[in-house]
Design a protein around this ligand. Sequence first.
Ligand code: SF4
Ligand code: SF4
Length: 67
Amino acid sequence: MEKVKINSEKCKGCLLCVSVCPGNCIKVSDRINKLGHKFVVFSENEKCKSCGFCFLMCPDTAIEVYK
Ligand code: SF4
Ligand code: SF4
């Protein structure tokens, strides 16, 4: 199971989650959501420590973190 789920339709591409992730687990997608934002995607399940920093930083509650 993926440790992090990102709701691409809620993401506005601010990159705050990318900036705080110690494992560099979140990447910018090359796709655009319905709001016109280039959203981010979770990509590194092995490196993710479920620290929750990305969840805490996201102003749009687009991220869920699982242990
Ligand atoms: S839970 Fe922590 S390690 Fe995992 S993606 Fe979020 S910030 Fe990165
Ligand atoms: S912090 Fe939230 S809104 Fe900003 S890029 Fe990450 S998932 Fe998207």
